[in-house]
Structures are given as C-alpha cells and as structure tokens.
Design a protein around this ligand. Structure first.
Ligand code: FAD
Length: 474
C-alpha cells in the first residue's frame, strides 16, 4: 500500500513517529506544502524559512537514500491543505496519511480539516504526538487542572520520565522505489527575505549538523551549562533551538544525550545537565499551555486582568528598540545580535523584552511579533511564553514589581563588556566600567551612540504604577 507522510516541522528521518509508522505500514511518499500566505500571517522570519528550506534539502538527500520520493505542493494557505493532500493521495493511489501533531490553533484547525477530509474520502489518517515528551494535557494537578506553575509541572514531568524515558526511534529502512518522482526543493520563497551568507554559515542545516552540535555540547559544554548559560559573550548554551523548532532534532534525542552524559541521572547528578533538562521542560510546558489555554494562541494575555494594562503608543520608542538604538548598550547589543544572526541569547531575550514592556511600557504583542519576524527559532509557544513571562501577563510570570534593571543585568552577565563591544562598535573603546552606561559627551568617538531614550528609574516606577492600578480596580 502507498501511504503519504506529510512533513511540516519534523524535518528528520531519525526518531520521527509519523515517518516511522508510515514506513511500517507501506510504501511512503513524503509530501510538504508550501503555504507562504499563512506563514506571512504567522510572522515567520525569512531566516527561518531559509533554514527550513535548507534543512528540507538535506532531508531530501536522506529520503533519496531511503527510496522515499518527496513531493512539494505549492499552495497559499493552511486552508488549502485538505484539497492539495487529497489530490495527491488520489494521484499516488495512497491509502492514508501520517503526520505529527502541531499545537497552535491554526495548525490544529488545519490538521482537523485534513483528518475529516480523509475520513470523508474513506482514507485513513494517523496522527502522533512527536514534538512533545508527553501528550499535551496529560500532566495535571491533583484537582485535574493544567499546571500554571512551571516548578510543579517539572516535578511531575520528572516523575513520569523516571518511570519511563521515552525511547528514540531509529531511521526507517530503505524501501523499494515507488515510481513517484521527487520535486526540487525551491531555493527561496517569494515574500521572505533570503538569509545572509553569515547566517547560513552560523546555522548549518540538516540532521548531521544538529547531531554534531548536540554531541559537542553534551561533551564539552553541558557540565558547565549552569555556570555559563547566562553569559551572552560565552558559547555556553546548546544553540539547538532552531533545530528543535523545525524538528531537525527531537526533544527526546536531546534528553537522551543529557541523561547519557549525566550517567543515567535525570534530575540529580551534574547540575549543568539537570539545568539543561529543565530548559527542555520549559519548552514542553509552553506547548502544553498552548493546547490547554488556546487564548494565548489568539494573542490574548494568559492572565485576563492584564488585558487592561495601559500600554503606551510610542512608535519612536518601538523603532529605537527594534533597531538597537535605545541608548541602553546591553539592550541595543541584544537587538543587533537578533537582526544580524536571527538568534538572541536567552538572558538577553528576557532583558530586552522587559525593557520594551516595562521601561517603555509598550504592548508585549509588538515585541512578540518583532521577535517572530527575525528569529530563526521562532516558535509560537516558546516566544509567546517568554514574552508573557517578561511582561508579567503570563503563566508563572515575573512579578510585575520585579523589573530588571538592564544596566545591573549588563554589569552582572557581561562584566567586561565583551558582548556589548561585539555588537556596538561605537562603544568599543569604553572600559568595563563605562561601557554599561556610557557617559554623556563625545567620549572616544561615541557621539554616534544615542543617549538613553528613557530614564530607567522613572520608567520603572511608571510600569509598576500601571500594573498596580489593575490590582486596585479588581
Ligand atoms: P539552551 O539554553 O541550550 O536550551 C535548550 C533548549 O531548551 C532550547 O533550544 C529550547 O528548545 C529550550 N528552551 C530553553 N529555554 C527555554 C525557555 N525559556 N522557554 C522555552 N524553551 C526553552 N525559544 C524558542 O525556541 N523559540 C522562540 O521563539 C523563543 N522566544 C523567546 C522569547 C522570549 C522573550 C524569551 C524570554 C525566550 C524565548 N525563547 C524562545 C526561549 C529561549 O530564549 C531559547 O529557547 C534559547 O535562548 C535558545 O537557545 P539555546 O538553544 O542555546 O538554549
């Protein structure tokens, strides 16, 4: 029997549930749909689309070796999916379709529509929970509700992982050639800015590249992760997020690498390994939140009362933040790193998000969409979760009165100013004391660098007052 395997953000042959089961069932034809209009609506970044296409190209080479043809269907929107896939099923005489679930509401609607269309046509549809370690919604409090606090979620997740660590599936076996010819993977998609050469070099595509990075990280960085993970000038994190986002690597593969390095321990043993597993569980937590509280998928605040925050309309402040010209060096260096590489260090994501939502008191949705439009690892669940955490509108979020001071953060996590100097050449000659808060005047040619666009103390008070007023009303 012929079977369709519909690939989306699971661009790998190893440990891929839908692909494995499809191959188990029959002769597989892989298909992916190019839906640029919906990708635009979702703010997907050019650098992310480029990474997806490059990864698809390396995947196609693996498919060639396995005898799996790859069909690429150009449509416009998610809503074109049922028709495009049914047509291909008829054309290739496929009996059914296999895919791994995705968790945004648009993705779920699309997938439900495909399931229905296949059922109506008396074809089978097989769906798998592959992006996650546990079925979303399956981890619950004793009262039966979804966790709202990460530490409790993590506790139960660890318990479940202790009981049984989910296994990694091998790559499927080579199949006999089906006679269906493969399509060529496009070089680019109109409407999405191509990635720069530097970006392509920084983020090599494909499973082999991802696995080499995972191996290097597990062998050389993991044990120091706890100490190094907050220092943006140091290569102290895995930098695997882009691979995880489009599924070149699975969370299970990461988990196994960490546990193996930590001599079989999960939440004890080496503190670096324990901390890293905890980050993988944050990723898991936000995916579960997305499913259990669909309002966050609709751009609503997780905490409804915070919908009333009097966000400021400040196009100039927003533009300064976007372009890395706020006059606060650590924020500007972070925003320039994002524009140049498509990635930003986690500590800096928190600092720059807090600066936008607290010091500038600009709506977190502005920041969420700007990040999405530039991140190579842009992921609805984690991005939304991170923004709502920083804006104090989310689950388990930072308390509104605990506003990061970006200068203090800078002194603490980039003490010598190495990171700032990398991204703000105007400040290169300032010493470690001055670089976090450059003095006024044309010191060492810093005239080109703006003065701070807000007073940090006053704006902090303004933010706290804005949030406090919500409490007073309720
Ligand atoms: P590591 O520190 O090596 O962590 C390993 C993996 O764990 C990451 O690759 C990621 O998959 C996961 N992870 C780590 N931290 C988090 C976290 N706080 N929340 C969820 N998952 C996490 N992550 C994304 O993958 N996509 C996003 O769009 C995204 N947007 C964010 C926006 C904001 C405002 C904030 C504060 C965080 C955001 N994060 C996002 C989470 C985090 O910043 C990145 O996952 C991390 O910086 C990626 O670098 P790394 O792979 O070296 O992470």
């Amino acid at each position: 029997d012929n079977q369709l395997y519909w690939l989306r953000n699971d661009l790998r042959i190893r440990d891929n549930h839908a692909l494995w089961h499809a191959c188990d069932k029959g002769n597989v034809i892989a298909v992916c749909l190019i839906t640029p209009d919906t990708w635009q609506d979702h703010d997907d970044a050019g650098v992310k689309i480029d990474f997806w296409l490059r990864s698809l190209r390396t995947l196609k080479a693996s498919f060639d070796e396995l005898g799996i043809p790859l069909r690429i269907v150009h449509c416009k929107r998610f809503s074109d999916s049922p028709q495009a896939l049914l047509q291909l099923a008829r054309e290739t005489d496929a009996q059914g379709i296999f895919f791994n679930d995705e968790y945004g509401i648009h993705e779920q609607d699309r997938d439900d529509a495909v399931s229905e269309a296949f059922a109506d046509a008396s074809l089978t549809c097989h769906r798998y929970a592959d992006q996650v370690l546990f079925m979303p919604g399956s981890l619950r409090t004793q009262e039966g509700s979804m966790y709202k606090v990460f530490s409790q979620f993590r506790k139960q997740a660890n318990q479940r992982l202790h009981d049984s660590l989910p296994e990694c599936l091998p790559a499927p076996n080579r199949q006999t050639l089906s006679g269906v010819t493969s399509d060529t993977v496009p070089e680019s998609i109109p409407g999405f800015a191509p990635a720069s050469k530097e970006q392509q070099e920084t983020w090599p595509a494909g499973e082999q590249a991802a696995n080499s990075r995972l191996k290097l990280f597990a062998e050389e960085i993991l044990f120091d992760y706890k100490d190094l993970r907050d220092q943006p000038a140091v290569d102290g994190t895995s930098r695997l997020s882009a691979y995880l986002t489009i599924g070149v690597l699975s969370a299970r593969q990461c988990l196994h690498a960490a546990v193996a390095a930590n001599q079989g321990e999960l939440d004890s043993g080496n503190p670096g390994a324990v901390a890293w597993v905890s980050e993988l569980l944050w990723r898991e937590f936000y995916k579960h939140i997305l499913v259990c509280y669909p309002r966050v998928s609709r751009s609503r605040a997780f905490r409804p009362e915070t919908e009333a925050v009097p966000w400021r309309d400040d196009p100039e402040g927003l533009a300064a933040w976007q372009q890395g010209r706020t006059g606060i060096p650590i924020v500007d260096a972070a925003m320039r790193q994002l524009l140049a590489t498509g990635w930003m260090h986690n500590r800096l994501r928190m600092i720059s998000a807090m600066f936008l939502t607290k010091n500038l008191l600009i709506d977190w949705r502005e920041g969420e969409s700007w990040f999405m439009r530039h991140l190579i690892d842009g992921d609805l669940a984690s991005n939304n979760g991170g923004w709502q955490w920083s804006a104090s509108t989310g689950t388990d979020s930072a308390p509104y009165f605990r506003v990061f001071n970006p200068v203090t953060q800078s002194q603490r996590f980039d003490p010598e100013g190495h990171f700032i100097r990398t991204w703000i050449p105007e400040l290169r000659d300032l010493d470690a004391k001055q670089i976090h808060q450059p003095p006024a005047g044309d010191l060492f040619g810093t005239a080109d660098y703006p003065r701070p666009i807000v007073d940090l103390g006053d704006s902090r008070k303004r933010a706290i007052a804005a949030f406090k007023s919500l409490g007073d009303q309720s």
